[in-house]
Design a protein around this ligand. Structure first.
Ligand SMILES: [Zn+2]
Length: 263
């Protein structure tokens, strides 16, 4: 009974931490692409915007949020999905990211308990959630996130902090990169245009680093089929165009589902 109560406390505490981490991810998802754009623009100062400044504010009226408007999930429900100042709608992404982060951390706590493995996998999953939404909104998988995810996975596996063996992690990272970088290079050579973003290959390499050599082909196949099905549905509704399409959410989403299923 004592252990069961401890486990329940751990899961609830993980959920609360997950809500707060999700709130931070929302800031990251909103600001990181803007910061990268600003750093690439010589007319803008990268100092104007950071992850921690300015304070949280409404994206429509720029009014700073009061403390009770900044409580994960609760504020969205309390404000009925609208800004307390200008009444403009708040994106559904905010509660969704907070909820997904809480579910992910609770799942990690349930699966791996209070351990280094749980914490590292929790961090990697949060990074994947950020990548899902940044790619979905901006068609961008920033090196700022994919590189630490890749090297963090290799370091964790090689140090024995995760359940993936070192050699599986290294081979997984190499295979993951080749599986997408090679067809992308061939497509670019044959057509002269980019068919796949470079970030997708780095993301699949990171997935291999965390989950081993079997993960990249499996994730790529399931994500590819899911993506194909989605595109067919779009075509049936007359929405299919040749506009670029984010593949990162499919890769990261499949990876996270498989992570909890298999590990
Ligand atoms: Zn507002």
């Amino acid at each position: 009974m004592y252990l069961t109560l401890n486990a329940a406390f751990l899961v609830i505490a993980s959920g609360l931490v997950g809500l707060c981490m999700g709130s931070f991810l929302n800031v990251l998802i909103h600001r990181l692409p803007q910061m990268l754009l600003a750093s690439a623009d010589p007319n803008k100062s990268a100092q104007d915007l950071g992850i921690c400044w300015p304070a949280s504010h409404c994206v429509h009226c720029l009014q700073p949020l009061r403390w009770h408007e900044n409580i994960p999930l609760t504020s969205f429900v309390w404000l009925r999905g609208r800004c307390g100042h200008c009444a403009q709608p708040i994106s559904w992404r905010y509660p969704l990211v907070e909820l997904l982060s809480a579910i992910w951390l609770m799942s990690c706590a349930t699966k791996w308990g209070l351990s280094a493995t749980a914490m590292l996998n929790a961090l990697a999953g949060l990074c994947l959630i950020a990548l899902v939404f940044i790619d979905a909104e901006h068609m961008l998988l920033p090196d700022t996130l994919t590189q630490p995810l890749l090297w963090g996975g290799l370091l964790s596996s090689c140090s024995g902090w995760t359940t993936t063996h070192a050699e599986h992690a290294i081979l997984g990272a190499v295979l993951g990169y080749i599986l997408l970088a090679a067809p992308a290079a061939i497509y670019r050579w044959r057509t002269g245009v980019d068919g796949l973003g470079g970030g997708d290959a780095k993301l699949l390499a990171a997935i291999g680093a965390w989950q081993g050599v079997m993960a990249p082909p499996a994730v790529l196949m399931i994500a590819g089929l899911g993506s194909l099905f989605w595109m067919v549905c779009w075509r049936r509704q007359g929405l299919m165009t040749r506009t670029p399409y984010p593949f990162g959410p499919w890769l990261a989403g499949t990876c996270m589902a498989g992570w909890l299923w298999a590990a």
